[in-house]
Design a protein around this ligand. Structure first.
Ligand code: NAI
Ligand code: MG
Length: 334
């Protein structure tokens, strides 16, 4: 039976890389029906709304959503569409894996790190954002809850068990942020006690950044709060060749949205220059989530081989080709 998924092509390079990914999913024999929906600038232009109700309905209706990057017009008072989606569907776990690919110009070879970022609380909770009348003072509240910590930590340890991972690093700053980071760390210790087979270590976020650059091979899984996770996961993307190589899954109890971590890249939009790898990797995450491991493995192997052999690769991978040529290189291997 065909599975229906929601597809949001998005803005800028989004439509090109989403189109590439759908061609690959179809070639790999995935039996998907695609329900297309609009969000971001494209939706604003067409409907007057950044996130139309129809799109929200489509996301609710289907088990998974594959999403291209979205442009939120800045300086016009709009809240980020991505942040709104994460909140609306309570997508509390942001799963960002990075893995070394042979054939990229990255400095490292054996990186295989999953960052689990709490996606709804902390500095991004949006609570109490005020600027004083004179404009010389600003405030924002970082809110952490027991429920929010417990569910993200359980998610991380459960995933570690399922994937046969050995070690989780709990990243915090409890020495300074005694209340918020302190609560996260306290709950991490409680949850870790339920998973004796998984080695759990604690590290302060600044030390983690240094270690990630010096000895990234030491890391297996990382679990952390929202702001730290946002920053660390981009750092991790840099370890494997940049934003073009990093996918992200936003997972809640009832919905899941899979995307590239990069943005809409307006500087190269509409020029057939974008590397579709991040969205292809996001689609692989989606296949795993939907319990379709076979096409997930096939697509990964085809992608790895195309990159390793430098076949029709895009400029960011050191090649000279465009999105469509590279997509064909992957399809030719399926
Ligand atoms: P960006 O990630 O779009 O681009 C940064 C740089 O990386 C650019 O030079 C771009 O050409 C390059 N790049 C990004 N993806 C690439 C790919 N697949 N292949 C080759 N090169 C690639 O970040 P920027 O320019 O700061 O943001 C542009 C827009 O994207 C903004 O409106 C921002 O709000 C939005 N954005 C959306 C996100 C999402 O929907 N998840 C995430 C981050 C930004
Ligand atoms: Mg980010």
């Amino acid at each position: 039976m065909s599975t229906t998924i929601t597809v949001i092509p998005g803005d800028g390079i989004g439509p090109d890389i989403i189109d590439a990914t759908i061609k690959i999913l179809d070639k790999a024999g995935c039996d998907f029906t695609y329900e297309f929906a609009k969000a971001g600038q494209t939706a604003l232009d067409a409907t007057g709304e950044l996130l139309p109700q129809e799109t929200l309905d489509a996301i609710s209706r289907n088990k998974a959503t594959l999403k291209g990057p979205l442009t939120t017009p800045s300086g016009e008072g709009f809240t980020s569409v991505n942040v709104t989606l994460r909140k609306k569907f309570d997508l509390y776990a942001n799963l960002r894996p990075v893995k070394s690919f042979k054939g990229t110009q990255s400095r490292y070879e054996n990186i295989d790190i999953i960052t689990i970022r709490e996606n709804t609380e902390g500095m991004y909770s949006g609570i109490g954002q005020t600027t004083s009348e004179e404009g010389d003072q600003a405030r924002a509240i970082s809110q952490i809850t027991r429920k929010g910590c417990e569910r993200i930590l359980r998610f991380a340890f459960d995933l570690a068990e399922r994937e046969g991972r050995k070690k989780i690093t709990v990243v915090h700053k409890a020495n300074i942020l005694k209340t918020t980071s302190g609560l996260f760390l306290k709950i991490a210790r409680e949850i870790a006690a339920d998973y004796p087979k998984i080695e759990c270590n604690e590290m302060i976020v600044d030390a983690v950044c240094m270690r990630l650059v010096m000895n990234p091979e030491d890391f297996d899984m990382i679990v952390t709060t929202n702001l730290f996770g946002d920053i660390i996961s981009d750092l991790c993307a840099g370890l494997v060749g940049g934003l073009g190589m990093a996918p992200g899954a936003n997972i809640g109890d009832d919905s899941a949205i899979f995307e590239a971590v990069h943005g809409s890249a307006p500087d190269i939009a509409g020029q057939n220059l974008a590397n579709p790898t991040s969205v292809i990797l996001a689609a692989i995450q989606m296949l795993d989530y939907l319990d379709m491991p076979k096409p997930a493995r096939r697509i990964r192997a085809a992608l790895e081989d195309a990159i390793a052999s430098g076949d029709r690769t895009t400029r960011d991978l050191g090649g000279t080709h465009g999105t469509t040529d590279f997509t064909q290189a992957v399809i030719d291997r399926l």
